[in-house]
Write a protein that binds this ligand. Structure first.
Ligand SMILES: Nc1ncnc2c1ncn2[C@@H]1O[C@H](COP(=O)(O)OP(=O)(O)OP(=O)(O)O)[C@@H](O)[C@H]1O
Length: 500
């Protein structure tokens, strides 16, 4: 069977669903390109139709497409291609004759390609382009500020369930698949905004069943995760190093996902020195995965897998028993592993560590996720502003911590207010711990250390908080303690447990 996401890829903008505003903006941008001659950044989560929209636009405009993928080849080659192309067509006498649409996919991946002068070169080319360029990106703030400023911006939002269901229904009709309406709703619900995943899931279930029912959908969800739970049990509690490695062969997860699963669940059973050892292996695995991403050399996967399976099993001390509630990787740990965002995460963690008197590892594993949950989507705006001020976060960092990736207005206004707050209170070097003070303060956030302008190191609340943060750190087992407090129903942070 052919891949349905390819078969049903929109060929005209009118078939791009669930993002009408963005679609209209894109059309408008193309139609007026001769007047403004600016490139456009199309950004949003994976699978919401950004690349499809760019291609569909080209189709509608009758422009041939030239597609470049930032991570396919060395940055410099890519730049050369665009620059060359732009220069060549610049010699044409203008007009529609030589018009073509340049689609620069994964435009947020030039980040870190500094060796090739990547980001700066792209910005230069984009500014002088004599052809319309659509830059497609997941992470808006992974692109340099000068690149962002040089372009127009169009945001694609996650596709709502309401928009996903009709797409699935349409595909079923065209494929002659009988279905229960609720089955489609269930798929739409579980893929949360990602239309590509929804179409993939539909195809996977439809291939197995005569008639698509809710039960099929639920069973197939369970099938894909059952294996991993058994594996975690074996890895964490039962098998020796070699056995754990072998067991991993049967798990249907990418090494990146597998690492997330292990990292989030191992602290539920390991503690103290064994946990520290396990983390050490996991961070080695993480480094190998980084190398795979950087070099596209997948033979390194083996070393990553060795570390995360055999290494973790070998770290175990003593017998483990009982039943543990393992859970899927948190949104947070997945975030930390997407390309480029790791640097952002680590740099924030360093500042938090300094401010809270904790280690960087503690800041990363224990404090950041909480901050992230507390400031999710900047819902508690006042708190988000205080946090941005306390840790000196810029736009990309605020976007990262709060998970408001594409909501640029929100993020920018938070950073602006944080700057004002800093100017008013001079909090940035006050040396008091922000996080612990916030956490122990009332939910309305009135007792925030961050707004305390004393800057005095013997300020008592700051001192207490510092002690609390430091003592947390020496207790490696506190990872799971903290996790359980996230489930505390008294905790008024909306959606906290969903998020973790
Ligand atoms: N808005 C949409 N309308 C119709 N189909 C869509 C839409 N979004 C995604 N799809 C389906 O998902 C497939 C993948 O979409 P596409 O590659 O355009 O997503 P994307 O946002 O560019 O994702 P990524 O950032 O991962 O490249 C399409 O081929 C199509 O089948």
């Amino acid at each position: 069977m052919t891949d349905w996401t390819e078969t049903y890829r929109p060929t005209t903008l009118s078939e791009v669903r669930g993002n009408n505003k963005a679609r209209d903006q894109l059309e408008e941008w193309a139609e007026t390109w001769d007047d403004h001659r600016k490139s456009v950044i199309v950004h949003g989560s994976p699978g919401v139709g950004k690349t499809s929209a760019a291609h569909a636009l080209a189709g509608d405009m009758g422009w041939p497409v030239m597609e470049l993928n930032a991570s396919d080849s060395r940055g410099a080659d890519v730049i050369e291609k665009i620059a060359g192309e732009a220069a060549k067509s610049g010699t044409l006498t203008g007009g529609e004759a030589g018009r073509r649409l340049v689609v620069l996919d994964e435009a947020d991946n030039f980040h870190g390609n500094a060796d090739y002068g990547g980001s700066r070169e792209v910005t230069r080319v984009v500014k002088d382009a004599s052809q319309p360029i659509v830059l497609v990106a997941n992470e808006f703030y992974e692109m340099s500020k000068s690149l962002r400023n040089a372009c127009e911006t169009i945001e694609f939002r996650d596709v709502s369930k309401r928009s996903i269901v009709p797409v699935l229904r349409d595909i079923c009709r065209r494929e002659g698949v009988e279905f229960e309406e609720e089955a489609l709703e269930k798929i739409a619900e579980s893929t949360s905004g990602d239309l590509r995943s929804a179409v993939n899931d539909l195809q996977a279930v439809a291939e197995e069943a005569e008639r698509l029912t809710v039960d099929d959908v639920v069973t197939s969800e369970r099938d894909t995760t059952e294996g991993i739970f058994d594996f975690l049990d074996e890895l964490i509690k039962e098998k020796d190093a070699e056995g754990a490695l072998r067991a991993a062969y049967d798990v249907d997860e990418t090494p990146d996902d597998l690492l997330n699963w292990i990292e989030d669940n191992v602290p539920k059973d390991y503690e103290g020195a064994e946990l520290a050892d396990a983390y050490e292996f996991l961070s080695n695995a993480d480094r190998w995965l980084g190398r795979v991403r950087a070099t596209q050399d997948y033979s390194y996967w083996r070393y990553a897998t060795d570390n995360m399976t055999a290494g973790v099993a070998a770290s175990r001390r003593g017998e483990k028993g009982g039943w543990t509630r393992y859970g899927p990787p948190s949104y947070w740990s997945k975030l930390g592993r997407t390309k480029g965002t790791r640097n952002t995460r680590d740099s924030i963690a360093e500042r938090i560590a300094e401010r809270e008197g904790a280690s960087v590892a503690t800041a990363r594993r224990e404090i950041l996720p909480f901050l992230s949950a507390m400031t999710h989507h900047c819902k508690n705006r006042a708190l988000t502003v205080r946090m941005a001020a306390a840790y000196d976060l810029d736009e990309s960092e605020v976007s990262f911590v709060t998970g408001s990736g594409s909501d640029t207005n929100k993020v920018e206004s938070v950073v602006a207010d944080a700057a004002e707050l800093k100017a008013e209170t001079a909090v940035e070097h006050s040396g008091t711990a922000f996080f612990e003070a916030e956490r122990s303060s009332d939910d309305d956030g009135t007792a925030a250390a961050a707004t305390d302008d004393s800057g005095d190191s013997d300020d008592s609340s700051g001192q207490q908080a510092l002690t609390a943060a430091t003592s947390d750190e020496s207790d490696t087992g506190s990872v799971s303690d903290d996790t359980s407090s996230a489930d505390d129903p008294d905790d008024d942070q909306a959606g906290l447990s969903d998020f973790m």
